[in-house]
Design a protein around this ligand. Sequence first.
Ligand code: 5RP
Length: 238
Amino acid sequence: MKTSGGSDAAKRRAGESAVEAVDDGDVVGLGTGSTAAHAIRALGNRVDAGLDICGVATSFASRELALDVGIPLIDLDEAVGPDAPGIDVAIDGADQVATDGTVDGAAIIKGGGAAHAREKLVDAAADRFLVVIDPSKEADVLDRPVPIEVLSSGRGVVARAVRAAEGDPTLRRAERKDGPVVTDNGNLVLDCEFGTITDPASLATTLSSTPGVVEHGLFVGLADEIHVGTDRGVRVEQ
Ligand code: 5RP
């Protein structure tokens, strides 16, 4: 799995810290990426030790890992809906996190693993969304490219709308293959450079209302806790 940013030990501490918040009987959203993978492995250890939970995967990769470590899975549609249990807690990584001093006001960029559409469905549906990061992901203001999942036929239309919003779109290409990245949903990803994003909520609204956008990687006001693993310990922002 692709890793980015800080040390693996810091990512592991963040993942393990968030997993401590999971209780017996919980339905748990399982994020994507190298930090979320540490949480999934730690959950697998707790399941081995008798914890009774179900997971809801946010990607093919997190599904495979969860099955590998023995976490029983249900589909998102089985977790939500009228007589369904709901999702108690979701644990997911991030590419960049900017807080305004409060976790409620945190603005997050996700989608480095091209899984942000299903991640947003699961993370937003959860009663509590716990973000797991290392310090390299923290910023005062968001300034990383925003991944946008687009219908392949809508790529040009979305790219034009991104330029109109003063962004610079680049089609994400597969690292070892001669072609574009294709998401688990069969779509393409545009990585869109907007420079410093001073009003993420407004940009999120603009992108959400653009035809052809399946989902963008701005997660604004969704986080409930941020677990920052460091080389020495963990800081939890609530
Ligand atoms: C996948 C994501 C990941 O959570 C994000 O890219 C962080 O990954 P990592 O923990 O490997 O740095 O949003 O779509």
